[in-house]
Design a protein around this ligand. Structure first.
Ligand code: AMP
Length: 477
């Protein structure tokens, strides 16, 4: 953490230096979209979507981007960051229309997964509904011919995953020499997935005269190092995942033997099926095989479930996601890679059936619930061999995860061993959830100030905004 801050300092200093731009923007943070100098067709779409208040990341980023600054953003999906970059880009495309050369694009957005690419593409279509612009998506797992023909005449916006994009560049079907806006989204995940070399190759093909935007949920040293090679004099905005985890998600941990995880999951799913809101559940499994097996056994136990992971084809993943969104299969068992970018409003429960061995993945996973102002619950199962993972997670989120032990499979001895391990690491004891009732949905650390969103367009970000301002500048990990 300290190393990370030390590495970040030059970037932070540069961001604050030249004209005091960053501080000025803070004071000017707009409280309504009308205050932002966006083109009329964008204001119109925002009214139609019933978006009144910019989310904190939008309030910070949009004025900086309209001013032409490069941006280093610490934010994850669910914070409204897509509109944070799509709106100023669409504004620029609208204000400054240009002839596009064949095979080129004016905007390139790189995302780690096809799901996220699809989502970003959809957001551009939504926000650009009243603007004339051409966009296309490029990602692997599907035939390349439609993508090659879509690029033939050039596009304003290209959203792509790195591998397929490089394939098409090599085949001379895509030319990056006309990129004016470059967005690298979810960079931490891109690096986790081994895309560093691909990203560097792509960056080397971009013109130097461009505006670059760099978003990552975490700012580990390797990420900052990469950012320094891509950004010029970047402004920095930071919306920390920690704020999200601490305030809106009711997190709990269950100490349980590995073989008791299944009946405990079934208990949680039965309770969730009775819930009034947010009936959908995402269950995280560490392996693809484990995800398949678990989905199958849940179906057999009467809980309609499907699995998504990296071995499934694009069509299979899309079908599974669609059925999940519609509530036809209200349980989705997923691995980390596949769940990236899943933005489904009614996810009321996330279960970490296996704890992730990277603490950052925990923050991403539980962020699948409590989307855009809603509240959610995240229950993690911790078996004997996962205690160390839990300890790392608690260090990163800077709080102990409250335990939920009011169920038949609670392993007190295991809980005690974790407590000893945690105390050894200097952590303080967290609030337990004894007596929370079998439902277990209401006890522990549930925050009352979340201002539960309405789960649809027109969510009010004003509470989130105030909360964020109150907390001051977000922490950097
Ligand atoms: P994102 O973080 O970009 O994935 O956005 C999360 C969700 O918030 C999406 O469903 C958006 O449609 C929604 N959203 C984004 N900005 C706003 C806003 N200012 N007001 C209300 N909803 C928003």
């Amino acid at each position: 953490m300290r190393d990370c801050l030390r590495l970040l300092q030059p970037l932070i200093d540069t961001a604050c230096r030249p004209s005091g731009m960053r501080q000025a923007t803070r004071h000017m943070t707009p409280t309504a979209f009308e205050a932002l100098p966006l083109a009329a067709p964008l204001h119109r779409v925002l009214r139609e979507l019933n978006y009144h208040t910019p989310s904190p990341v939008q309030a910070q980023a949009i004025p900086l981007l309209l001013a032409g600054r490069d941006l280093l953003g610490c934010a994850q999906t669910g914070t409204g960051k897509t509109a944070g970059f799509a709106l100023p880009i669409l504004h620029a495309l609208h204000e400054n229309p240009r002839q596009i050369r064949p095979k080129t694009c004016r905007t390139l957005v790189l995302t780690p997964t096809r799901e996220l690419a699809g989502q970003v593409g959809k957001s551009f279509s939504t926000y650009g509904a009243h603007i004339r612009f051409k966009q296309t998506l490029i990602y692997g797992g599907v035939g390349q011919n439609p993508q090659v023909s879509a690029m033939r005449g050039g596009v304003d916006v290209l959203v792509a995953t790195p591998g397929r994009l490089l394939d098409l560049i090599e085949q001379r079907a895509v030319d990056l020499s006309a990129v004016e806006f470059f967005v690298l989204d979810e960079v931490d995940r891109m690096l986790d997935m081994g895309f560093l070399r691909d990203v560097k190759r792509i960056v080397a093909l971009l013109p130097t005269n461009r505006q670059s935007l760099f978003f990552s949920a975490t700012l580990a040293p390797n990420i900052v190092e990469l950012a320094q090679t891509i950004l010029r004099n970047p402004a920095r905005v930071s919306i920390t995942p920690e704020v999200t985890t601490a305030e809106r998600i009711n997190q709990q941990v269950c100490f349980v033997d590995r073989e008791n995880k299944k009946p405990l999951l079934e208990l949680l799913l039965a309770d969730q099926a009775k819930a009034e809101v947010g009936k959908l559940t995402i269950v995280f499994s560490r392996t693809k095989h484990g995800a398949n097996k678990l989905a199958k056994s849940l179906c057999a136990a009467g809980f309609p479930a499907d699995a998504i992971h990296g071995n499934k084809s694009q069509a299979q993943r899309e079908k599974a996601l669609e059925k999940f969104k519609k509530g036809l299969t209200p349980v989705l068992v997923a691995t980390d890679v596949a769940a990236r970018g899943v933005d489904v409003k009614d996810v009321g429960l996330v279960v970490n059936y296996d704890l992730p061995n990277e603490p950052e993945a925990y923050v991403h996973r539980i962020g699948r619930t409590a989307r855009a102002g809603a509240e959610g619950r995240a229950v993690s199962f911790c078996a004997e061999d996962e205690r160390e993972f839990l300890r790392e997670i608690e260090k990163v989120i800077k709080m102990p995860v409250p335990r939920w032990d009011d169920h038949a499979w609670h392993d007190e001895a295991l809980a005690d061993r974790h407590l000893r391990l945690r105390s050894g690491g200097g952590m303080v004891q967290g609030g337990g959830n004894r007596g929370g009732g079998r439902q277990g949905g209401g006890g522990g650390n549930r925050s009352k100030q979340g201002g539960g969103g309405n789960g649809g367009a027109g969510r009010d970000y004003s509470n989130a905004s105030r909360r964020n301002n109150r907390r001051g500048p977000a922490t950097v990990r």
